[in-house]
Design a binder for this molecule. Structure first.
Ligand SMILES: [Zn+2]
Length: 428
């Protein structure tokens, strides 16, 4: 039996361990916001990987957005050196999960197993992927102890809220420096036979329209900021949304609907602030002097960020021409440029071969509609050889009754381990 076959069997033999590990990770409710139990989950990963011969570092992102003594942003990086010098393969998973929301029929933090699936918030996004990468690394080290280079596993905070207390912080401190890490696999739930090369760009901004406050019975004495915002929305429907629908990308973005430019209106707030639910009085009659809209524009690698912004300013200027007293401000909240790793990059090639060997079919190349921590590894870490590959169905992320399939985790752990063998195992 050759090493590759042994490795496949070794992972299959660790099925119960994989299930238990995934359950243990799900049972720590690392809700973000506010960012709870990061230290607890890091400690769990720490204890386990130290037992398997890893050197570990626990790193708190002091001063990062959201970091406080009450909600410290803890991260873990674990490294296992091989027997010879060589390259380092790094698996990066985020340890945070989003809020539970309504509509669950299982305990969101119970890790219940039913019909070959493990249920819970974060099962799919992405504690299942984290567990699969740990099992893959441990099995690889057991079967091929004299490997070259190093294997790293990180668990990082805050991906769901931008990753600034997680991967961005680590990248700034040099943890993703191409001198120490050469290949990065992020086991986000992109389906076990798909390799995710990157993501679209993001531009978040807040548009504010201004008016003048007056008594609601005499609106002619004021200037209604909400009506101005209504005109902005009308212009968006008339000119901007149709324009975005014409912009298509050659990036292999999934799902199909995200192959075009998109814009979401995340929120609109105008006029008197909403009162607490226990307030029993009526609102007061005022003409709103301010209305704010948060937009979430996702753009394509073919688009320029300046052009993306200009389109929004064009809408506002068109409205301004038509309305006397129209005044506005635009505040940028966040920008992330699109990123896409070349198909010829070594980590892409290696994982593609592993998918073909384990599953007997060609890997599909995809690009994510939304961003994930690859942005920081690329922009801050300057490391281009990075992909997302992991078990789980992307559409289940953030939904009620989120689950990860156990067979899917086994197969993707086999792919990860084959890729380790390919990149760090004996040559020839
Ligand atoms: Zn995720």
């Amino acid at each position: 039996m050759d090493l590759a076959e042994k490795l496949m069997l070794e992972i299959e033999a660790r099925r119960a361990d994989l299930v238990e590990l995934t359950q243990a990770l799900i049972r720590i409710p690392t809700l973000n916001p506010p960012g709870e139990h990061y230290r607890d989950i890091c400690d769990l990963i720490d204890r386990r990987l130290v037992r398997h011969g890893f050197h570990t570092d626990l790193i708190r992102a002091f001063g990062a957005p959201g970091d406080s003594d009450k909600y410290p942003r803890w991260n873990i990086v674990a490294r296992k050196e091989g027997a010879h010098p060589g390259e380092c393969v790094h698996f990066n998973s985020h340890i945070d999960v989003v809020e539970v929301g309504r509509g669950w029929t299982t305990d969101p933090f119970g890790g219940e197993v039913k019909d070959g699936k493990i249920y819970g918030r974060g099962a799919c996004d992405m504690k299942g992927g984290l567990a699969a990468s740990i099992i893959a690394a441990e099995a690889f080290i057991a079967i091929c102890p004299d490997f070259a280079g190093a294997v790293e596993i990180s668990g990082t905070a805050d991906e769901e809220s931008g990753g600034f207390g997680g991967v961005a912080y680590l990248a700034e401190k040099g943890w993703f420096n191409p001198e120490r890490v050469q290949h990065v696999i992020i086991p986000e739930p992109l389906n076990k036979d798909r390799i995710c090369l990157g993501h679209r760009g993001v531009w978040w901004a807040e548009i504010e329209t201004h008016g003048e406050i007056a008594h609601g019975s005499m609106p002619f004495l004021g200037d209604c900021a909400v009506r101005h915002m209504g005109a902005v929305m009308h212009e968006m429907e008339t000119s901007l949304f149709p324009l975005l629908a014409t912009k298509r990308t050659d990036m292999p973005v999934v799902p199909e609907g995200a192959k075009q430019s998109t814009l979401n209106i995340n929120s609109i707030h105008g006029g008197e602030a909403e009162q607490d639910p226990d307030y029993t009085g009526l609102p007061s009659p005022c003409v709103p002097d301010s209305c704010r809209m948060v937009i979430d524009r996702r753009f394509l690698i073919e688009e320029d960020i300046d052009e993306v912004q200009q389109e929004v300013f064009n809408v506002l200027e068109t409205v301004k021409e038509a309305r006397a007293d129209f005044r506005y401000d635009v505040r940028e909240l966040q920008r992330v440029l699109p990123t896409m790793t070349e198909k010829s990059a070594p980590v892409v090639q290696s994982v593609a071969r592993a998918v073909a060997e384990v599953m007997g079919k060609e890997a599909q190349y995809v690009v994510s509609p939304g961003t994930y921590d690859q942005k920081h590894i690329d922009r801050i870490g300057r490391l281009k050889n990075c992909i997302a590959y992991g078990p789980g169905i992307l559409d289940l992320a953030h939904k009620p009754d989120e689950y990860v399939g156990i067979d899917d985790m086994i197969e993707s752990a086999q792919v990860m381990a084959r890729s380790l063998l390919d990149l760090l195992g004996p040559k020839g």
